[in-house]
Design a protein around this ligand. Structure first.
Ligand code: CP
Length: 333
């Protein structure tokens, strides 16, 4: 049994197979129903539009049934720590929750964002791996503290559709946002782009470095796949040669637990790190990408997101096709 927790657990060949399968679903060339008479649990600790809707629709289109649960809302509050005395606000442990769901459902998807309180703890993705530890059925990461692999594969599919399957100059750029956000999307985008052999540029202001260990993996993957990794701190030079600009804001590791310090530290980057027409003009007519939801005229100007180079709606559509491919790969008997 294999889960889908991070693309690092999957080879380049396997990821290519998922994208090819997603393209067959998208073009109507695969009408199979591998989830007939099968239920899949979707557990959402956090809000969602794209992930929830595309998973529910995808499971339906594959012949299956989605069971959507929101711990603390439509199901009991959940504890994931081991050996704790559960005399506070948590009603049920992941140990029982996951094993019970596994008796009803063929797979479990889970969304569990970083709380941005304790970096050393959250970088270990404790809730995601607690689900994986106890589950007897595949677990699909629908965005955890450190990874959003379904988004990343949909992004790689979108790049391939728009620009072909060759090596491209792909810029992941930090952007200002009024509050610190988790790193799952940038982590997974950078990792998948490296696995696909793209020339990856990660641009961010000083202090907004991604996880050191993950960056070492990303560098190794990029080199191994025939691509490269460059880290740039100057937004003015980051966009040169870009064929893809992927914007995302994220919080600084050193300010986990102190959001007001992050907000103060990032204030100076508000104007300079927004994706605008001037920056895009310095690229090789780059695509503009963002996972959505996006704050207009904060992360990106209206003129860029509404321009022909913006592919944000295609990315969102591709979530559906990629997740169908992942479900089919994990659950086809
Ligand atoms: N990109 C993405 O995961 O969107 P949602 O948070 O709306 O699911």
């Amino acid at each position: 049994m294999k889960s889908f927790l991070t693309t690092a657990d999957w080879t380049r060949t396997e990821l290519d197979e998922i994208i090819e399968s997603a393209l067959r679903f998208k073009h109507g060339d695969d009408q199979t129903k591998p989830l007939a008479a099968t239920s899949v649990a979707l557990v959402f600790f956090n809000p969602s539009l794209r992930t929830r809707a595309s998973m529910q629709v995808g499971i339906y289109e594959l012949g299956g049934n989605a069971v959507v649960l929101e711990p603390g809302g439509t199901s009991w509050t959940l504890e994931h720590r081991e050996g704790v005395v559960m005399d506070a606000d948590k009603t049920e442990h992941v140990a029982e929750f996951v094993r019970v769901l596994g008796r009803y459902c063929a797979a479990i998807g889970v969304r569990t964002f970083a709380a941005l309180k304790n970096w050393d703890e959250e970088r270990q993705d404790p809730i995601l791996y607690s689900f994986a530890k106890y589950s007897a059925v595949p677990v699909i990461n629908l965005e955890s503290a450190m990874h959003h692999p379904c988004q990343a594969v949909a992004d790689m599919m979108t790049i391939r559709e728009k620009l072909g399957s060759g090596r491209k100059c792909v810029v992941l750029t930090w952007a200002w946002h009024p509050k610190p956000l988790p790193m799952a999307v940038p982590n997974s985008f950078a990792l998948a782009a490296a696995q696909m052999g793209h020339d990856l540029v990660v641009a961010h202001p000083p202090g907004y470095e991604l996880d050191e260990q993950l960056m070492a993996t990303i560098r190794q993957q990029a080199t191994g796949a025939g691509g490269s990794l460059q880290i740039v701190r100057d937004v003015a030079v980051a966009f040169a040669d870009a064929e893809v600009v992927y914007a995302k804001s994220w919080g600084a590791k050193q300010f986990y637990g102190a959001p007001e310090q992050d907000i103060a530290a990032r204030a100076r980057y508000r104007e300079t790190w927004m994706v605008d027409e001037q920056k895009m003009a310095g690229t090789k007519n780059a695509l503009f990408m963002h996972c959505l939801p996006v704050r207009r005229n904060v992360i990106v100007t209206d003129r860029v997101i509404d321009s022909p180079v913006s592919v944000v709606i295609d990315e969102a559509e591709n979530r559906l096709h990629v997740q169908k491919a992942i479900l089919a790969k994990l659950l086809t008997k």
